[in-house]
Ligand binder design. Structure first.
Ligand SMILES: *[C@@H]1O[C@H](CO)[C@@H](O)[C@H](O)[C@H]1NC(C)=O
Ligand SMILES: *[C@@H]1O[C@H](CO)[C@@H](O)[C@H](O)[C@H]1NC(C)=O
Ligand SMILES: *[C@@H]1O[C@H](CO)[C@@H](O)[C@H](O)[C@H]1NC(C)=O
Ligand SMILES: *[C@@H]1O[C@H](CO)[C@@H](O)[C@H](O)[C@H]1NC(C)=O
Ligand SMILES: *[C@@H]1O[C@H](CO)[C@@H](O)[C@H](O)[C@H]1NC(C)=O
Length: 420
């Protein structure tokens, strides 16, 4: 494992020499490549299950109906991992994925077994972003990926593959959040994959014992491998910025620095939110033996944390020495855990395709809220439409001995408000 990591780091180190001075679309990211890979994996998994046993068909049934961002049972999760492992390796996939920089393409080739987790990291990052921003003017909307998105020829590959639209082309707060949550997603899935024994290059965490842990407790167990997740995510995501050759002190150069800062903040968020978890062992709950290990928080907690960081993000500029410095000296300096941004956000109230803004027309708002989800702010003062909608739900449920619950269906009228 140590050797593999060393190799990886070596490759990253050598890249500026190997790769020609590269410029590629700002608005495309590894997240885009990850989603394409996920589409491919889903298609393969579907094929695998349709020719598989009936139990596999049942699994597939599960998968399809589990819904995007919802909870997955441990069983479903295990089934998915099993499927992923059975997939044939594809040597050419790294070349086909759009959105990878030349360095990322090389890392993809060197660690193909990591790619399903890169894909999963991308998916959970986007799901979380859309959850966190569901009631805001910018709602983290992405363009949908068709199957045909997996590029078949090399020429298509470097076309702007803009899953978030042009939003990522500026160094705005939103860009900062997307970079941070993306990096966090990758650290997260890899740390868990290592723990679950899904990768040959890593296993349980070897993190050192916390100093303040009770001396009688045992530091052991199989922890999430945050160290490995952090290192791989750092090599894989940051290489993109490191291989860009922008003029020092240019705005473009500043954007690379900002992206690197926010990538780091995202990776740290995962570590910062992780917890020491302990378990009792012993005869009939006597708790004579306690073991502890490092465990990831839920990804939702990390999303909440990063949304706080987004709200408190600091505006920076590129100074004369080509470094980032704080724009308004009255504010305190951001730490490595905080998000920073260079450019003001566009006005997301109105649709403007060149800015990647969809506008808030048609968005559902909350009439009684005074917050950003309220009709006043979300609709930018344009007013809202009211629509009656009927929802049916189960009601008057009665328990009949034994063992049956009978319910009737009730219709409830509900007002839905949408922005003009
Ligand atoms: C997901 O699981 C957590 C804890 O396991 C639970 O608190 C939460 O309500 C679940 N959410 C959904 C949407 O089922
Ligand atoms: C975001 O808002 C737009 C309308 O402005 C809507 O079409 C889109 O479905 C929303 N996306 C998400 C993920 O909620
Ligand atoms: C979209 O935004 C750009 C940049 O701010 C501006 O120049 C352009 O006029 C806007 N387009 C529309 C249709 O508002
Ligand atoms: C609307 O906002 C109010 C006040 O913030 C809140 O109590 C209520 O639950 C919200 N309604 C919906 C449907 O989200
Ligand atoms: C509820 O609405 C449905 C159609 O939307 C209707 O068929 C049904 O009879 C209604 N039920 C009641 C209890 O009003």
């Amino acid at each position: 494992m140590a050797l593999g990591l060393l190799l990886l780091l070596l490759v990253v180190w050598m890249l500026p020499i190997v790769a020609p001075s590269a410029t590629f679309s700002r608005s495309s990211t590894w997240i885009h490549a990850g989603l394409q890979d996920l589409a491919r994996l889903d298609a393969l998994a579907l094929r695998a299950t349709s020719i598989g046993s009936s139990s596999a068909t049942r699994r597939h049934h599960h998968r399809r109906h589990s819904g995007g961002g919802g909870n997955k049972s441990e069983e479903q999760h295990r089934d998915e991992l099993l499927l992923l492992r059975q997939l044939p390796p594809s040597a050419s996939i790294c070349k086909q994925l759009r959105g990878l920089s030349p360095g990322q393409e090389k890392l993809c080739g060197l660690s193909q077994d990591h790619m399903p987790w890169v894909a999963r990291g991308a998916k959970s990052a986007i799901d979380e972003c859309q959850h966190q921003f569901q009631h805001r003017r910018w709602n983290c909307s992405t363009t949908t990926l068709a199957d045909s998105e997996v590029a078949t020829d090399q020429n298509k590959k470097h076309q702007a593959a803009a899953i978030f639209g042009p939003v990522l082309e500026s160094g705005s707060r939103e860009t900062a959040f997307v970079h941070a949550i993306g990096a966090a997603g990758l650290v997260y899935t890899l740390a868990r994959a290592c723990r679950d024994g899904q990768l040959s290059s890593c296993g349980c965490s070897r993190g050192s014992r916390p100093k303040d842990l009770n001396r009688e407790w045992i530091w052991g167990g199989c922890g999430d491998n945050l160290e490995y997740g952090y290192k791989f995510a750092q090599s894989f995501i940051d290489v993109r910025e490191r291989e860009q050759r922008h003029k020092r002190r240019s705005h473009e150069h500043g954007r690379s620095l900002v992206n690197l800062h926010n990538n780091e903040a995202g990776r740290r968020a995962v570590i910062k939110r992780s917890k020491v978890t302990c378990k009792c062992h012993g005869v009939s709950g006597s708790c004579s033996l306690i073991t502890c290990w490092q465990q990831l928080a839920s990804f939702r907690e990390i999303g909440d944390y990063l949304l706080d960081k987004y709200d408190g993000a600091t505006e920076v500029k590129v100074n004369r020495r080509g470094r980032l410095s704080i724009k308004d000296p009255r504010y305190s300096l951001p730490t490595a855990n905080d998000l920073v941004y260079l450019d003001d956000s566009p006005n997301y109230c109105f649709a403007n395709s060149s800015l990647g803004s969809l506008g808030t027309r048609g968005r559902t708002c909350n009439r009684t809220s005074t917050g950003i989800d309220g009709c006043n702010l979300l609709c930018c003062g344009r007013g809202y439409n009211t629509q009656k909608s009927i929802i049916s739900e189960r009601c008057d449920c009665k328990f009949h001995w034994c063992c049956e619950v009978q319910c009737s269906t009730c219709n409830k009228s509900l007002d839905v408000y949408t922005c003009k």
